[in-house]
Design a protein around this ligand. Structure first.
Ligand code: ZN
Length: 409
């Protein structure tokens, strides 16, 4: 299985599928469609049925039931796009066999080293086969590892009809990294009772709680006048923006929070005297605290509007996604089954709240409860991204085991 996974994964990462927030088409970039079409051919080749790709680049396929029992239809999803943070062009995956625990030179010329000094978790991978970058791109394990694992699990199930299972649906989706993955996902056509995104990190990760998420975009309008004659006339928008930011609680920022602690995160601050734009994201697992954070943002904007004038400060506040826990807890057996599947394979499930969102955060609210399971990758979205092939095999086996357990229940 290892060789099969390496072959699939390395072929997927060679296609540049970086998504792009600035572009409104779906998928946002043509590379995603290239990979989607490649996956369609592969799904047909391994023998899945009802293989489709729609006009938005969503790929779906069916592994038909082979049991006489009544098992629910379950789904597995992963996204084909890669992060906007770092380039995914010309990815040259490097394979490290039997990792010895020492520094891995990613790029000699550029002196890029993946070192256990900086990434102590590397010590978990001694003896593993690792796939790394060449130090100039991200790897795309997020989430092409999920694609490779789902594909390999389906191929295995086709080749092993003695393993009984209900109907399984799989989907490969675009534009997750720009938050649009589920936007055009046809839940009705997918027609599964539950699904799992295979989009997590290290071995054992199992997640069914995400943040509640909103974005706040603030525009401050100033009045620029020659500084020599500015007295009583100039309004410096950058300084009002600083005043606004200073009203936020200092400790409630990503760099000071963990676990269930929420935050306000200043993503960008672009300004001069005449106009300043601030972009924030607001996050909290708890819905009441989330709403309180949004109210607080409105309150401080209100205070400054009162001080400087209503039209000087504009706030655009938009909800982005909600904590999927509210939709998953009523069907908690889907988390229990995933947890049991891991235990059956001697993997310790690590259930923790995601400090972010997944496609499942939106899909769960669209009627498809969707927790998230590990892929085996680490350091996503940058040049130090790597993945253990040994743990990719385990993720593949977890998918197979989940399918089995749903049939046995
Ligand atoms: Zn992902």
């Amino acid at each position: 299985m290892k060789a099969e996974i390496i072959e699939r994964f390395t072929s997927y990462v060679k296609v540049d599928t970086q998504s792009n927030e600035e572009i409104t088409t779906c998928p946002s970039t043509p590379g995603q469609l290239t990979l989607a079409n490649q996956l369609v051919e592969e799904l047909k080749t391994i023998g899945l049925e009802e293989v489709t790709i729609d006009e938005n680049g969503y790929v779906m396929a069916t592994l038909p039931s082979n049991t006489t029992k009544q098992a629910p239809t379950i789904g597995f999803l992963s996204h084909v796009d890669t992060a906007t943070d770092f380039t995914g062009k010309n990815v040259k995956p490097q394979i490290v066999e039997n990792y010895d625990g020492n520094d891995i030179i990613l790029n000699k010329e550029l002196n890029v080293v993946l070192s256990p000094k900086d990434f102590p978790s590397l010590s978990n991978y001694i003896g593993h086969t690792l796939i790394t970058t060449d130090g100039t791109t991200l790897l795309g394990a997020d989430d092409k590892s999920g694609v490779a694992e789902i594909m390999t699990a389906m191929a295995y199930l086709v080749q092993h009809p003695e393993i009984k299972h209900g109907k399984v649906r799989v989907a490969f989706t675009p534009d997750e990294e720009i938050g649009r993955g589920p936007h055009k996902f046809d839940v009705e056509r997918f027609n599964a009772k539950f699904a799992y995104t295979v989009d997590g990190g290290p071995l054992g990760e199992l997640e069914y709680e995400s943040f509640n998420a909103a974005s706040a975009k603030i525009t401050v309008k100033g009045t620029n006048i020659h500084p020599g004659t500015a007295k009583g006339k100039m309004v410096n928008s950058a300084k009002i923006a600083m005043e606004l930011h200073n009203k936020l609680p200092v400790a409630e920022a990503p760099e000071y929070t963990e676990g269930y602690e929420g935050f306000y995160h200043l993503i960008s601050f672009n300004g001069e005297v005449e106009e300043t734009k601030l972009s924030y994201i607001i996050r909290d697992h708890d819905r009441d605290l989330f709403n309180a954070r949004k109210d607080f943002m409105k309150k401080i904007v209100g205070e400054l509007q009162e001080k400087y004038g209503q039209d000087r400060i504009l706030l655009e506040l938009h909800d982005q996604y909600y904590n999927m826990k509210d939709k998953i807890e009523p069907v908690m057996e889907i988390v229990d089954i995933a947890s049991q599947a891991m235990k059956n394979l001697d993997i310790e499930p690590k259930i923790a709240p995601i400090r972010g969102g997944t496609d499942g955060s939106q899909l769960s609210y669209m009627g498809l409860p969707t927790p998230n399971i590990f892929t085996g990758g680490e350091n996503f979205h940058g040049k130090y991204e790597f993945i253990s092939v040994d743990n990719m095999v385990k993720a593949t086996n977890v998918i197979i085991e989940i399918v089995k357990l749903f049939e046995e229940k």
